[in-house]
Design a protein around this ligand. Sequence first.
Ligand code: ASP
Length: 386
Amino acid sequence: MRTRPRPRRLASRPWTLPVLAAAAVAAGLLTAVPHGPAARGGPDGAAADGAAGRLAAAGAPQGKARPDARGVVLAVHGGAGTALRRDETSPEREKAYRDGLADAVRAGKKVLDRGGDSVSAVEAAVRSLEDNPLFNAGKGAVFTADAGHELDASVMRGSDLAAGAVAGVRHVRNPVSAARLVMEKTPHVLLSGEGADDFAAAHGLEPVTQDYYWTQARWDALMAAKKKSGGARSAATLADEQAKGTVGAVARDEKRDLAAATSTGGLTNKLSGRVGDSPVVGAGTYAKNSTVAASATGDGEVFLRGAATATISNLMEFGGKDVASAAYEVLVERLPKLGGDGGVIALDRKGTFDAPHSSEGMLHAYLTEDGTIVTKIFPDETPPNT
Ligand code: ASP
């Protein structure tokens, strides 16, 4: 999985200036950088409707928690947020999302089938999603307010609570592998910025220039965010417009050890230097054998403030809740009160799996013990937990 060592430091975003200048001249938009992220797209950054009333929207979970599936060995998500809608989604687009999620599940399955551990399985699954430009991680990551890309990722091992993460990397093709290296090769948990980029390159991960991450859809999403940020908008509107599409994976291996990983480009139009929940253990990612492997996606600031995934684990450990009730309580009952929405994939050691979300949509897929792969991309495939 690791690729050729090229430890030289790459210049930081040299390409962005001419592109930015051209865009500024053409659109006169860049004077309007907001104090927070301002553009929310669909799963791949396409223009989105407002998300008002999303808790009541079709597919938003309501009522009592109930597991999505049992006998699950691996699951992935491709982000929460504005939903893909059946009536607006072409068969090709639907297939591309289902294939992307299923490919990631298959990449993780391959590892588990040959006796690999859950950490290797979640890393493989997340790498597959990072390499897929449809998702907001690795290639296809969203743009910061100054038209760059800064990526966050983390991984956690449930058997001993080992964890590793990187934040704000700009030159790593697969940030989840950098996170794993931090976990396995350093005494630290979280490396950030240039130090993390250099560390990854020095350990043989493939370095990339910023233009590697570029996609038209994410560029359009940034431009749309710049345009919108010209007018006065409430914090709630800003939050509604934030792009999601983060990816993550959870797995249990033949020893029943759990692992979780998450990777993201963050939020469209985020300030340079902003770090979300995805690389923070206990917020975006958590794994503990006795409770849960969880990977979250949503409004990062709220997931940080709500210690989202650690709270799921704590509700199970100290509150006696099962995985579905604990995940539901955090995602649907607690986090919206802090002003944010999103979703989580949560798996326990017995293979009980749930994917509750307070956002309108939540792309995910899972693999059961009998080898079946299930993909869910439309809200009516993730029905209320009644
Ligand atoms: N949670 C991520 C962040 O705030 C965004 C996402 O889930 O799409 O950086």
